[in-house]
Ligand binder design. Structure first.
Ligand code: IPE
Ligand code: IPE
Ligand code: MG
Length: 241
């Protein structure tokens, strides 16, 4: 029996992909897919909480998604803002702590305000942490961390020799987020698309063909079952008894 058997992953990440294809299959505008994706996110959070997952990272908008048509980008910004504000009541009721990862200052101001408001209102909640990744890029996160560290060294507050992985991790967007255990990608693609490059170091990858708007709690159960069958070695050896 391996150690992961029956163990629920502590931190689960989701690349919420396939909204556009889901809509196109139905002859709808891509935006309708994003709208449906928002409800999938709510279903996912409820399912994750019920299964005892402690941290969820949801990839909502990447630093590369700005290259999409302005109309789609604007619709996404408004949708994320509305979703955060409308869901705030449930986040509070369910004791969800919201944290945000990404280059926030580049977001439209109303969205920045909504994110800050929700973070403040949920700061004391302890049931589960939702790390919402908006204007998030794994490379940008590492660059932003490196810049802060470089400034500390420049100002004489840190020695170059002190820098190790533990110190570096303190400069990530949400330092208390633990390493990712399970990374779920709906939509069938098998790539990381610049998501949490630091945190995925030893995450178990689970790709599913269904599009994100079709997510159901049973998908999470299947992903967890698959995860529990994996043997995680973290670069070491598993010694037989
Ligand atoms: C994911 O769905 C949501 C975002 C990237 C914002 P997509 O919009 O990428 O949907 P597909 O991959 O085109 O189907
Ligand atoms: C990843 O999906 C980003 C989000 C889900 C927010 P993309 O659709 O942007 O990724 P690629 O383009 O397929 O790699
Ligand atoms: Mg996509």
């Amino acid at each position: 029996m391996n150690a992961e058997e029956q163990e629920v992953p502590r931190h689960v990440g989701v690349i919420m992909d396939g909204n556009g294809r889901w809509a196109q299959d139905r002859g709808l505008d891509r935006t309708e897919g994003h709208r449906a994706g928002r409800h999938a996110a709510r279903r996912f959070m409820r399912a994750a909480q019920a299964r005892g997952i402690e941290y969820v990272s949801l990839y909502a908008f990447s630093t590369e998604n700005w290259t999409r048509p302005v109309s789609e980008v604007e619709a996404l910004m408004e949708l994320i803002e509305t979703a955060v504000l409308v869901e705030l009541e449930e986040l509070c009721r369910e004791e969800v702590r919201l944290r945000v990862s990404g280059r926030r200052s580049e977001l439209p101001e109303p969205l920045q305000n909504a994110l800050s408001k929700a973070e403040e209102a949920t700061a004391e909640n302890e049931a589960i942490t939702l790390n919402l990744c908006v204007n998030y890029g794994g490379q940008a996160e590492l660059v932003d961390a490196a810049k802060q560290i470089a400034e500390k060294v420049r100002d004489g507050e840190m020695q170059t020799d002190e820098i190790d992985t533990d110190i570096f991790a303190r400069y990530l967007y949400v330092p208390e987020i633990p390493p990712m255990d399970l990374l779920i990608r709906p939509g069938g693609d098998m790539r990381v698309s610049n998501f949490m490059l630091w945190q995925v170091a030893y995450a178990e990858f689970y790709s599913m063909p269904d599009y994100w708007p079709d997510f159901q709690p049973e998908h999470l159960d299947r992903a967890i079952e698959d995860y529990q069958r994996r043997q995680r070695r973290f670069g070491g050896l598993v010694l037989e008894d």
